[in-house]
Design a protein around this ligand. Sequence first.
Ligand code: HEM
Ligand code: HEM
Ligand SMILES: [Fe+2]
Length: 451
Amino acid sequence: MTQKTQGVAYPYFVVALLLFVLQVAMGLWLGIQYFVTVPQSVVDVFPFATARAMHTNLLVLWLLLGFMGATYYLVPEETGTDIAWPKVAYAQLIVLSVTGVAALVGFFFGWTQGKPLLEIPRPLDLVVVVAALAFLANIGTTMFRARHWTAIQGTLLGGLVFLAVMYLFGIPFYRNLAEDWYYWWWVIHLWVEGAWELIAAAMTAFILLKLTGVQRSVVEKWLFVELGLFLFTGIAGTGHHYYWLGAPGYWLWIGGIFSALEPLPIALMVWDTWKDVRHRTTPLRPRLTWVYLLGMVILHFVGAGLFGFAHTLPQINYYTHGSQVTVSHGHLAFFGAYVLLNLTFFYLAIPRLKGYANGQYDERGGHVGFWLTSFGVVGMSLAFAVSGVLQSYLERYLGQPFMVAQEPMRLWMAIVAAHGVLVVIGVVLIVKHLLTLKPMPAGTAGDLAGS
Ligand code: HEM
Ligand code: HEM
Ligand SMILES: [Fe+2]
């Protein structure tokens, strides 16, 4: 059953996708600076730190806009009612987009709060809070009016409220810098390993429900098991960021043990999806949505679970902390877990919004985009990882100065940038494909049905 107001989601998807292109383009510019020495005149007007703030804040902004769009698509369908105030939803998108532009321009002029990934200054934070409240009120009212609760909705609402509350902890400036970092992690860690995982679980459950048509209880059963595990390991796992910032020593134990357990719920998700796919007798259709979904499940596990585990024990993190090893994990985890989650959802929702309910559109551009982008990000992350291991050894073990250790890393950073080019091309292809879906060319229907 579809609802009229689900269309509210579409402009969110469009803005998110355009910002995605800008985000990766900025990433490529950052990558180039690691092996090409940029003239000082360029650095003076556009320093690395400014471009980095743009790259990471654009990532957070477009992922959040994607989640909001997905919520506006999902909630009417789950509740069987329309969005309470569709006009507020449009207004909220405009407010957030204008805030985003203001933040980007502000970074140019040094208007920043300086906390990585959350650089936007206090006055803009307050606008974000107002927009987030409007969003939660809109969604909450829609759900409460409908009185038709499902586990998917409950999980989604819980994740969104958790996300919004954590954001508040990043707004103040704490005079003690150790405290400032401590609460910064409440936002960053508890987002990606807590609130966002809940949102991801809800969105994935919804996608599986729509793609497979299995009984709701089958999908919801594992949702509860995973949620419990995610919250249990994720919240205590925050300790893996408290090792070296002046927090008490027991965090070495708590952080080490609980974060080492974090790959478990993610692995469970892989296993569950695999079980579902293996027992199917009908072809996986629409094929493209499945490609993104399986890509997400696998790279979520590799990027967050395996690459996260690799540096989470204090004995290892002592050497790798804040090196390119961290950057490697940051890229693969964000890509596998949340970039692909949003793209999977877009590939579920956009064709339906455009009237291709059963996936009878030309899928080709989306496949090429997927493989280019995924290959690029995996290659980039592996090259970051090699350069990070080199850096840990030279800087932390041999004690070389930062810039001396950078020299042998240059080659690997060139390999990073080369893969970055593939990522940018792939992303442009995906965005173009999603925004200009075309009917299947004549004569290919039979091939697809058989694939
Ligand atoms: C889907 C694509 C991408 C995602 C999800 C992503 C995500 C991120 C994240 C989370 C960070 C912060 C890392 C940290 O603090 O540890 C970052 C920084 C960075 N990204 Fe990306 N990025 C993407 C694309 C790219 C591309 C195409 C390049 C091109 C080479 C790139 C190059 C960089 C560089 C050089 C940094 C700065 C690392 C440093 O400070 O040393 N990124 N990116
Ligand atoms: C989808 C989930 C995840 C995402 C998006 C993610 C992303 C990130 C990012 C961007 C950073 C760098 C932050 C910074 O210093 O600027 C980071 C750090 C870290 N992550 Fe994750 N992560 C995820 C899950 C995990 C998991 C499950 C583990 C452990 C098993 C883990 C272990 C770590 C550790 C130990 C650090 C600190 C690295 C250091 O000391 O420099 N992460 N993560
Ligand atoms: Fe973490």
